[in-house]
Design a binder for this molecule. Structure first.
Ligand SMILES: Cc1cc2nc3c(=O)[nH]c(=O)nc-3n(C[C@H](O)[C@H](O)[C@H](O)COP(=O)(O)OP(=O)(O)OC[C@H]3O[C@@H](n4cnc5c(N)ncnc54)[C@H](O)[C@@H]3O)c2cc1C
Length: 258
């Protein structure tokens, strides 16, 4: 069996203020926000599943970030800090100095609420990415299992995959109208799993699809991102098939009820 070498990159931690340039409704549950601004210059994102920390305006409309101490963020008492959430750099265009982020409109939450009302000219804060993991490019197949929060990373990864690779992709989405057009030069096998009103955390569509799925011949990298408990159980299911640890990456993208 081939030993696959993944590459971890560290980037200097940079905090930026970003300005909303454009917004676009992609599907009923996904809003695209394109950011720009002088502080975006020098932005680096090397891997499709990178993330940035976005800082949203507090109750007074200000972006207030904690100081970073030797042991991480330092929160002073009595300060109304900005809420911070993780988002995928869906696309970065250095020439146009633009960063695209796709937000799931899941209802409540500082990030989803901000995205729902975002308009050009508004500003938010962004930190990172602090690092990137470049998955080895010598797998025959890249299998991806994710809910709608994983769509930005999946879309970006599919755009980056070259011809000659195979992509087997399963995406759990709210309803048919939330399907997106995903472009790839790879041999793409895409399955949309629609919950039709069901809760994302209670859906078992990805789990059932994974159980029924047979990896194609050759070597497969497995990537999983969805609600945390679902992600854990799918990772376990993959490992129980005898897949080595270096052929799977599973990340909880959000926590039900948290
Ligand atoms: C590495 C990484 C990359 C990510 N990339 C993206 C991305 O590109 N686009 C994106 O939309 N999200 C992405 N996420 C997920 C996003 O960070 C979470 O969904 C986040 O919790 C949203 O924050 P919020 O302020 O809207 O809601 P929160 O305040 O965090 O949560 C409020 C309530 O909503 C629930 N909730 C949170 N997210 C969801 C959801 N998606 N569906 C249903 N209920 C939910 C929570 O359980 C809680 O009950 C990513 C997460 C990680 C870890």
């Amino acid at each position: 069996m081939t030993v696959h070498v993944h590459t971890s990159l560290r980037h200097p931690l940079v905090f930026r203020t970003l300005e909303v340039r454009r917004v676009q409704t992609l599907t009923p549950r996904m809003r695209r926000v394109v950011f720009g601004g002088d502080e975006l210059r020098g932005f680096i994102s090397a891997a499709p599943d990178d993330h940035v920390k976005l800082f949203f305006p507090n109750a007074r409309g200000a972006i207030v970030r904690p100081a970073i101490g030797p042991n991480g963020p330092v929160h002073a008492p009595g300060v109304d800090y900005s809420q911070m959430r993780d988002y995928t750099p869906r696309h970065h265009d250095a020439d146009a100095n633009e960063l695209t982020v796709d937000f799931v409109l899941h209802g409540d939450g500082p990030a989803a609420s901000w995205a729902a009302q975002a308009t050009p000219g508004q500003t938010i804060g962004a930190g990172g990415p602090r690092g990137s993991m470049l998955v080895a490019d010598d797998f025959d197949t890249y299998a991806m299992f994710g809910d709608e929060t994983a769509l930005p990373a999946i879309g970006r990864w599919l755009e980056a995959l070259p011809a000659g690779k195979r992509a087997e992709v399963f995406v759990d989405i709210p309803e048919r109208a939330d399907r997106q057009t995903l472009a790839s030069r790879a041999d793409l096998h895409l399955t949309w799993l629609e919950r039709d009103g069901g809760e994302a955390s209670a859906s078992r569509r990805l789990e059932l699809a994974l159980a029924a799925w047979t990896p194609p011949p050759g070597e497969t990298f497995h990537w999983i991102a969805a609600e945390s408990a679902r992600t854990r159980s799918m990772r376990q299911a993959v490992i129980e098939r005898g897949v080595p640890n270096d052929c799977v990456k599973a990340t909880g993208y959000w926590k039900a009820g948290a």
